[in-house]
Design a protein around this ligand. Structure first.
Ligand code: NAI
Length: 333
């Protein structure tokens, strides 16, 4: 079977080619994202399309794919907000994803962001290369004994809680559901306002939905400790960026680490080093010395990419044979 692979990067090819040795699919890698601009060019020999977070798989695109004979839409990520599932169902297509690839990858990246911002290792790196061995401006604080607030203690939040407990932090958590194992490990579940008031560092690990959209806003920021550190590796829309910029300016927020950004679609996963960035908000954020922006790389580890490639190809293989895949949660329809 032929798989047409959209938004392909060199690292995708590396991992999918490796795991395809177990399957022998014919994979054609395209750099372009999937959307209305390209879907008519899909050949009638394609059985499955493989897409990522910024591919647009709306009803119009799905109708064309179905007419071309495509049977499977495989998301090589966990989220599926960019696929119109109802349209796919209507056309009798199967849709799958990778529900969990490496919670530790994201949790460890959140921890790396805290340490980078706090101990300013990104500044030391550049400074020492310039033969500037002075310590002025590099003062940090101990994590040991600090209170870390974790919003969302699912797979990633739980892994993050354990890392912070390992540092000797007091961990406050807020979630709609309580994880008893975490509580036994020493995490204190508290109401959201208590978490906001009592935490030195706040890390977001809940999904983006109508309830969590702009969870971090002028009002909730005002409840936080002055000089709080805020980390977001979850989804950009959890944060009202304009309010956060204001709080950085008035020093209510002392450190901000973000791996996700509400308007990231136009920026992330691209080399724009020769371009003029039109988004003034991200430019303002990047101008702060106490803000660290990474471009949705929290998942980006050897282990996570291996798991993504392995599960995606296994699931496509099972669907193609009309068999149940090993991981039932991989099937959306
Ligand atoms: P999960 O589904 O295991 O956990 C989410 C947790 O959030 C659940 O415990 C749920 O009860 C809780 N939650 C839901 N609504 C809430 C609310 N209103 N307030 C507080 N808690 C709430 O998800 P997982 O795998 O831990 O992923 C978390 C998020 O991380 C994903 O939604 C995704 O946005 C993000 N992510 C980011 C990646 C990156 O590379 N930066 C990679 C993978 C995921």
């Amino acid at each position: 079977m032929k798989i047409l692979f959209f938004s392909a990067k060199p690292y995708d090819r590396q991992f999918f080619d490796r795991y395809n040795r177990d399957h022998d699919f014919q994979i054609e890698y395209l750099e372009t994202h999937l959307g209305p601009h390209i879907v008519n060019a899909v050949g009638d020999d394609v059985g499955a399309v493989c897409v990522f977070v910024n591919d647009k798989v709306n009803a119009g695109v799905i109708a064309v794919l179905a007419a071309k004979g495509v049977k499977i839409i495989a998301l090589r990520c966990a989220g599926f907000n960019n696929v119109d599932l109802e349209a796919a169902r209507w056309h009798g297509m199967r849709v799958c994803r990778v529900p969990e690839y490496s919670p530790q990858a994201v949790a460890e990246h959140a921890a790396a962001m805290i340490l980078t911002l706090n101990r300013k290792t990104h500044k030391s790196y550049n400074r020492v290369r310039e033969q500037n061995f002075s310590l002025n401006g590099l003062l940090g604080f101990n994590l040991f004994g600090r209170t870390v607030g974790v919003i969302g203690t699912g797979k990633i939040g739980a892994a993050f809680c354990r890392i912070m407990l390992g540092f000797g932090c007091k961990v406050f958590a807020y979630d709609l559901a309580i994880n008893e194992e975490l509580r036994e490990a020493g995490v204190s579940y508290v109401p959201l306002d208590e978490l906001l008031r009592g935490s030195d560092i706040i890390s977001l690990h809940c999904p983006l939905n109508e309830k969590t959209h702009y969870l971090i806003n002028e009002k909730t920021i005002a409840q936080m400790k002055s000089g709080v550190s805020l980390i977001n590796t979850s989804r950009g829309g959890l944060i009202n960026t304009i309010d956060v910029i204001q709080a950085l300016k008035n020093k209510q927020i002392a450190y901000l680490g973000i791996d996700v950004y509400e308007q990231e679609e136009k920026l992330f996963f691209k080399d724009l080093s020769g371009s003029i960035i039109e988004d003034d908000t991200i430019q303002r954020l990047m101008s702060f010395p106490n803000v660290l922006v990474t471009a949705h790389q929290a998942f980006f580890t050897e282990e996570a990419l291996s798991e993504i490639a392995r599960v995606t190809l296994e699931t496509i293989s099972a669907l193609a044979k009309n068999e149940a895949p090993a991981n039932a949660a991989a099937i959306l329809i």
